[in-house]
Design a protein around this ligand. Structure first.
Ligand SMILES: C[S@@+](CC[C@H](N)C(=O)[O-])C[C@H]1O[C@@H](n2cnc3c(N)ncnc32)[C@H](O)[C@@H]1O
Length: 243
């Protein structure tokens, strides 16, 4: 910790002590430590690559335009340990699939997916501001042969057609129902045009019913953090586990 940071920290502790007393402060230590630990874990990718994928931004700060900018949920990068859990549960061999992040933000999920050896990883992001940060992040890892190639598109996910290849589609609660309905319809049409391996991993699945009721997607696994679906010609909702 630098001297200036230590000073700021000392002032903060002094202020809190005055406001809440010793007992009040002691009570909040476990919660503070847990939140520090979570932030430290989530910083793993940026520490490793010297990238900038962190932070939380409200949708108003994203400088996005167009029909669907109001439907955005804002920016927050995927939690590093959770993304690894999702990848363990996705029943796909990365080397045979393309990974697409719908609402790729600064590209943390893309950087992580690139470590798994996908054929290539593709990000589609509405905010030009975040797209630029993602481009700078991708430039930082360019030339690393252990990572999959990263492709970035700045645009509306509702207008994006997934490649007609085996594909893993990733969503971290990027937008509301209106946009998600269009995206699901596009995925269904793409799959019916060319049936193939098409998987969906949906973190914080607030519009899960749109996937549950899809005519081609069936639930493969679920817990309170994410749901995973797989396209099948005899699709339809087949709920499995919960918890
Ligand atoms: C919760 S963040 C997820 C970021 C990234 N997927 C990750 O996991 O690190 C959601 C992202 O979706 C983007 N987004 C919202 N609406 C969109 C749209 N219609 N098309 C493309 N991106 C969109 C937001 O700008 C934001 O970057």
């Amino acid at each position: 910790m630098s001297a200036s940071k230590a000073l700021v920290f000392a002032h903060k502790v002094q202020r809190e002590l005055r406001a809440r007393g010793v007992w009040g402060m002691t009570k909040s230590v476990p919660a503070y430590a847990a939140s520090w630990w979570r932030r430290w874990l989530d910083g793993a990718i940026d520490r490793k690559y010297g990238t900038d994928t962190g932070g939380i931004l409200e949708k108003e700060a994203l400088a996005a335009h167009g029909e669907h900018s109001g439907a955005s949920t804002g920016y927050e990068a995927i939690q590093v340990p959770l993304f690894r859990r999702i990848m363990r549960d996705v029943p796909a061999r990365p080397s045979e699939h393309v990974f697409v992040d719908f609402g790729s933000g600064k590209g943390r999920a893309l950087l992580m997916a690139a470590e798994y050896g996908f054929k290539r990883v593709i990000g589609i992001e509405l905010s030009p501001l975040l797209h630029q940060v993602a481009a700078a992040n991708a430039a930082r890892v360019k030339g690393r042969t252990e990572l999959s190639p990263i492709e970035l598109h700045c645009g509306d996910a509702a207008q994006y057609d997934v490649p007609e290849e085996d594909v893993v589609c990733f969503f971290y609660n990027p937008f509301g129902r209106v946009v998600m309905r269009k995206v699901v319809a596009n995925l269904e049409a793409s799959y019916l045009r060319r049936p193939r391996r098409l998987l969906v991993a949906y973190r914080n699945p607030v519009c899960a019913d749109l996937f549950d009721n899809s005519r081609v997607l069936r639930l493969s696994s679920a817990n309170r953090h994410y749901r995973i679906y797989e396209a099948a010609l005899d699709g339809g909702a087949k709920p499995t586990c919960a918890g």
